[in-house]
Design a binder for this molecule. Structure first.
Ligand SMILES: Nc1ncnc2c1ncn2[C@@H]1O[C@H](COP(=O)(O)OP(=O)(O)OP(=O)(O)O)[C@@H](O)[C@H]1O
Length: 415
C-alpha cells in the first residue's frame, strides 16, 4: 500500500535495499576524494608498489593531498618502503582509524600496520578481503584528498575487483617491465579493466634499461621499449618509463624514498616526467585547480584548442568509422597543429570506442559517417562529433575545421 516515495522506488527494479551505515560512510568518504588511481600489474615483482609509493610521495611533494592505500593484503610492502612503523591508532571520538602520516600531505593505510607480527600470514577469502578494503576506505580518517593511490596485489583477483566495484570512477595505472613475459600479463590487466569498465589512465614501463653507475651508459636489462609498443598496440596511453636504478632497491630496504634527496639522476628525472603526466592526464592544471576529468571535456570550450581523432585509411579520412584500421590523434592548441599519433584501435566491441577515445582525452571526432547510437555514446563522453566530412588528408580537414570552412555532407554511416 505504501507509495513509491515511502519505498525509495528504484526505476521499476523493485524496492531498493536500505544502505548500511558502512555503505553510507563509504559514499561520504569517496565523495571527498577527487582522483582514485588503482595501481596494478599483471605480474609480480615488476615494481608496482615502488611506482605507487613514488607517485604518492612525488604528488604530495607538489602539494597535492594524497592517500596511499596498500590493499596488497598478502604481501604489503608500502610501510617498509616508506619507513613507517608501528600500529594504527583509533580516533576515540569518531571511532575512525588514523592513517600513518608520511608528511603533511601524504597519509598511508596498510594491513601491515594492523598486524602485531609483521611476518604473520594473512589467509582470507574474497568476501573478507572486500570487507577489509571497504573498512580501510570508509572507516579511516582520510579527510579531503586530491589523489588516493591504491596498491593492489599482482593479477586480476579479488582486490582489484573489489576496488572496481567500490569506486566506479577509479582509473587504472598499469605497471609493467619491457620484457615479453611481463607484457603478456599486461594484456590480461588491460582486458580486466575493459571488462569491469574501469578507464585506464595509462601504462608505466618500469626498469626500462639500467644506467651503469660506472660508465653512465644504458644497459637494456629487460629489453627496451616493449611497454611503449604494447601501449600502442593495445590503444592505451604510455604515461612514462622509469629506468632501473640500484638505489631504488637500497632505499626501499632502509625505508627512505629517493625523493627525500634531490639529484638529476635519470631515475628522478623520468619520475618527474611521469608525475607531471599523471597530473595532466587527471585533468589538473598546475596550481591544483581541477580542469576536467581525463576524457571528460564538456563541449569545446575553446574551438581552436582540442584533441581530435580521425578514422584513417590510405593517408586520408575513411567512412568506415567503426571498423577503421587506424586513428590519427592530433593535438591542436590555439589553432596550431601539434603532436600527431597514429593508433590502432582495440578489436571492435560495442561501446568500446567511445570509452577508449575518452581515455585518450579526445574531445572532437571528424568522421565521414557514424550511427546515431554511437554519436550519443560519444556525446555522453563529452566528445563532439562532426559527421559528413570528405575523405581528405587529416591536416586539410583540421585546417578547414579551424577556419570554419569544412564542408560536411550527409552522414555517410557505413552500417
Ligand atoms: N626502477 C627500479 N629500479 C630498481 N629497482 C626497482 C625499480 N622498481 C622496483 N625495484 C625493486 O624491485 C623489487 C620489486 O619491486 P616492488 O615490490 O615495487 O614490485 P611489485 O610489483 O609491487 O611486487 P609484488 O609482486 O611483490 O607486489 C623491489 O626490490 C624494488 O626495490
Amino acid at each position: 500500500m505504501g507509495s513509491c516515495q515511502s519505498q525509495q522506488c528504484s526505476h521499476g527494479a523493485g524496492p531498493q535495499e536500505e544502505k548500511s551505515k558502512e555503505d553510507i560512510q563509504l559514499d561520504e568518504q569517496l565523495k571527498r576524494i577527487k582522483h582514485k588511481l588503482l595501481v596494478m600489474s599483471g605480474k609480480g615483482g615488476v615494481g608496482k608498489s615502488s611506482v605507487a609509493s613514488y607517485l604518492a610521495v612525488g604528488l604530495s611533494k607538489l602539494g597535492y593531498r594524497v592517500g596511499l592505500l596498500d590493499v596488497d593484503l598478502h604481501g604489503p610492502s608500502i610501510p617498509g618502503m616508506l619507513g613507517l612503523r608501528g600500529m594504527f591508532r583509533v580516533d576515540p571520538d569518531e571511532n575512525l582509524l588514523i592513517p600513518h602520516k608520511y608528511n603533511d600531505f601524504l597519509q598511508v593505510v596498510s594491513i601491515q600496520c594492523l598486524l602485531e607480527d609483521s611476518d604473520a600470514a594473512v589467509i582470507w577469502r574474497g568476501p573478507v578481503k572486500h570487507g577489509v578494503i571497504k573498512q580501510f576506505i570508509a572507516e579511516a580518517k582520510w579527510g579531503d584528498l586530491d589523489f588516493l593511490l591504491i596498491d593492489s596485489p599482482p593479477g586480476t583477483g579479488d582486490e582489484p575487483l573489489s576496488v572496481a566495484q567500490m569506486m566506479p570512477d577509479a582509473k587504472a595505472v598499469i605497471v609493467t617491465t619491457p620484457q615479453e613475459v611481463s607484457l603478456a600479463d599486461v594484456r590480461k590487466s588491460i582486458n580486466f579493466c575493459r571488462k569491469v569498465n574501469m578507464p585506464i589512465l595509462g601504462l608505466v614501463e618500469n626498469m626500462n634499461g639500467l644506467i651503469c653507475p660506472h660508465c653512465n651508459k644504458e644497459v637494456p636489462l629487460f629489453g627496451k621499449g616493449g611497454g611503449g609498443k604494447m601501449a600502442e598496440k593495445m590503444g592505451v596511453h604510455l604515461l612514462g618509463s622509469l629506468p632501473f636504478d640500484p638505489r631504488v632497491v637500497e632505499s626501499a630496504d632502509i625505508g627512505k624514498s629517493l625523493l627525500e634527496q634531490t639529484d638529476d639522476s635519470p631515475f628522478l628525472k623520468a619520475l618527474g616526467k611521469l608525475i607531471a603526466e599523471v597530473v595532466s592526464r587527471s585533468g589538473i592544471q598546475q596550481g591544483g585547480t581541477v580542469q576536467k576529468e581525463a576524457g571528460a571535456a564538456d563541449t569545446l570550450s575553446d574551438p581552436q584548442s582540442f584533441k581530435v581523432a580521425i578514422p584513417m585509411a590510405g593517408g586520408a579520412l575513411t567512412n568506415h568509422f567503426g571498423h577503421c584500421e587506424q586513428f590519427l590523434i592530433v593535438d591542436v592548441q590555439k589553432g596550431v597543429i601539434g603532436n600527431k599519433e597514429t593508433i590502432t584501435p582495440p578489436p571492435h566491441e560495442p561501446g568500446l570506442l567511445p570509452r577508449w577515445l575518452g581515455e585518450l582525452n579526445v574531445n572532437l571526432i571528424i568522421a565521414g559517417g557514424m550511427g546515431s547510437r554511437a554519436i550519443e555514446l560519444f556525446n555522453q563522453q563529452n566528445i563532439k562529433v562532426v559527421t559528413g566530412a570528405p575523405c581528405l588528408p587529416p591536416e586539410e580537414l583540421i585546417q578547414q575545421y579551424l577556419a570554419n570552412t569544412l564542408k560536411t555532407g550527409a552522414n555517410a554511416c557505413d552500417h
